[in-house]
Ligand binder design. Structure first.
Ligand SMILES: Nc1nc2c(ncn2[C@@H]2O[C@H](COP(=O)(O)OP(=O)(O)OP(=O)(O)O)[C@@H](O)[C@H]2O)c(=O)[nH]1
Ligand SMILES: [Mg+2]
Length: 442
């Protein structure tokens, strides 16, 4: 296992600082890197050249040799030149949080689309850093010539060759990025077509979203277990950050004709690199086009409020901020008495996906949101109004249909508006006081 020194700068006494360092350690662990030591510094503002003060650089350098560390990882984002300066001083690779997240995605991505997305994000991260390397080279070439580069004294001609090579690299990378983006566009189109087809099937869609490791995949599997009895179609659930990197869509059929599609997708994290959000846009698109979001929260995590805020911000960035949402306060088994569970408070439900507590109640909330304005109606439609029959067949959930002497007897679960439109044909409706007041409560 590789060893790293973790470095964090606490700017302006940020209260979340310790937690952020802890999260960095988890990210490193997800990369199979052990944290050999943590170095922190309180600063009112960062050092332009090294991010940390020069004294701290020395301290880190000593630690690297003392603990035989393989790399140094900063919690904060480093500029390309800070990263370069630090690397020169410390003589081991220097990463920042973005680096680490990209590395995890790179190791985990399995599907073709995820692989392409990660490659694109990686190259976009690399590009400005290449330019930095070119600057370094040209300074070295023009300077007193002390550097340990090959062919000392090569002066201008060397500089030219180095620059040319980097320029070539840069062009190659830019070309590859546009190739990748083109390929991804094609895949995005396919995905869109699939989505359209699903929309035509009129099944409403529900997307699981939330912070990484909150239990989204566990919840998906539990629902598949209960309502589909399907063990083959399960997704990976694991106690590590970013276990899921692609999107899986499954149908949930609770057996009451109110089916919906459920999708599980990649989780969010604080300071998720912008290039990654952009690169994973099409994967996350599933969430952006859902009829309902289930925001899964690890309620047992003392920082769940901040995590909800990060999720909210990321959803906004994905233009999914307006989609109706249910809050699933998961892992409640770890912090609440079992007798208190499940607990429903408006749009929030406290449950345990792992223990299978509260799933029926969650289903009820989901269906209320999705089919809330649906009513159970039975119509007797005269044969002269064939249009009404076809419309109901298209728009409503048909529970039974029979062809009687005086017309088509059709029982449906339909929208309020359709119930009104065909009120004249109604034989019975479920418009009792109870369901009416339930609807108002939604
Ligand atoms: N105690 C407890 N643990 C849970 C519960 N739900 C999930 N877990 C555990 O939390 C860990 C993460 O679960 P996942 O379902 O993989 O989480 P995720 O949100 O899909 O995570 P990513 O795909 O990495 O974003 C696993 O070890 C689960 O067993 C729960 O209700 N209670
Ligand atoms: Mg998952």
């Amino acid at each position: 296992m590789q060893k790293a020194i973790l470095v964090g700068v606490n700017l302006n006494e940020n209260l979340d600082f310790d937690h952020s360092m802890e999260e960095l350690e988890n990210l490193a662990e997800a990369c199979e890197i052990e944290a050999a030591a943590q170095v922190v510094q309180n600063l009112p503002m960062v050092n332009n050249a090294f991010y940390i003060g020069t004294g701290k650089v020395e301290e880190v350098k000593n630690l690297v040799s003392m603990l035989d560390a393989d790399c140094v990882i900063f919690d904060n984002s480093l500029t390309p030149s800070q990263q370069r300066n630090l690397q020169n001083q410390l003589e081991v690779p220097v990463w920042d949080r973005t680096n680490l997240i990209l590395e995890i995605f790179d190791r985990r991505a399995r599907t073709k689309e995820a692989r392409l997305q990660v490659e694109s994000a990686n190259l976009q991260y690399l590009l400005p850093r290449l330019v930095g390397m070119r600057d370094a080279l040209s300074r070295q070439g023009g300077g007193a010539g002390a550097g340990g580069g090959a062919g000392a004294g090569g002066g201008l001609s060397n500089k030219g060759a180095g620059e040319k090579k980097l320029e070539l690299d840069r062009r190659r990378i830019e070309k590859r990025i546009s190739e990748l983006n083109r390929e991804l566009k094609v895949m995005e189109k396919d995905r869109e077509t699939q989505r359209k087809r699903r929309k035509e099937s009129e099944l409403p869609s529900v997307a699981l979203v939330g912070y990484t490791n909150a239990g989204k995949s566990t919840l998906m599997n539990k629902m598949l277990d209960i309502w589909m009895g399907d063990t083959e179609k399960k997704v990976l659930e694991k106690d590590m950050l970013f276990a899921t990197l692609d999107t899986t869509v499954r149908r949930i059929s609770p057996g009451d004709n109110r089916d919906f599609l459920l999708s599980d997708t990649v989780g969010f994290i604080s300071q998720l690199p912008h290039t990654l959000v952009k690169a994973f846009r099409s994967t996350l698109e599933e969430a952006c086009t859902a009829d309902l979001l289930l925001q899964v929260v690890d309620f047992s995590d003392p920082h769940h409020r901040e995590q909800m805020e990060v999720t909210r911000e990321t959803l906004k960035e994905l233009q999914a901020g307006q989609i109706p949402c249910l809050y699933v306060m998961n892992k409640a088994d770890l912090v609440m008495e079992e007798s208190e569970l499940p607990k429903v408070l408006g749009d929030r439900i406290y449950l345990s996906a792992k223990q299978g507590i509260g799933l029926a109640e969650l289903l009820e909330l989901i269906q209320k949101k999705l089919f809330g304005d649906y009513r159970e109606c039975t119509f007797l439609i005269p044969y002269t109004d064939g249009a009404a029959v076809s419309r109901l067949q298209e728009q409503a959930l048909v529970r039974s249909i029979s062809y009687e002497a005086d017309g088509v007897l059709i029982s449906v679960s339909c929208k309020e508006s359709d119930a009104g439109r065909y009120a004249a044909y109604a034989v019975s409706t479920s418009d009792d006081a109870e369901t009416a007041s339930e609807r108002k409560g939604m």
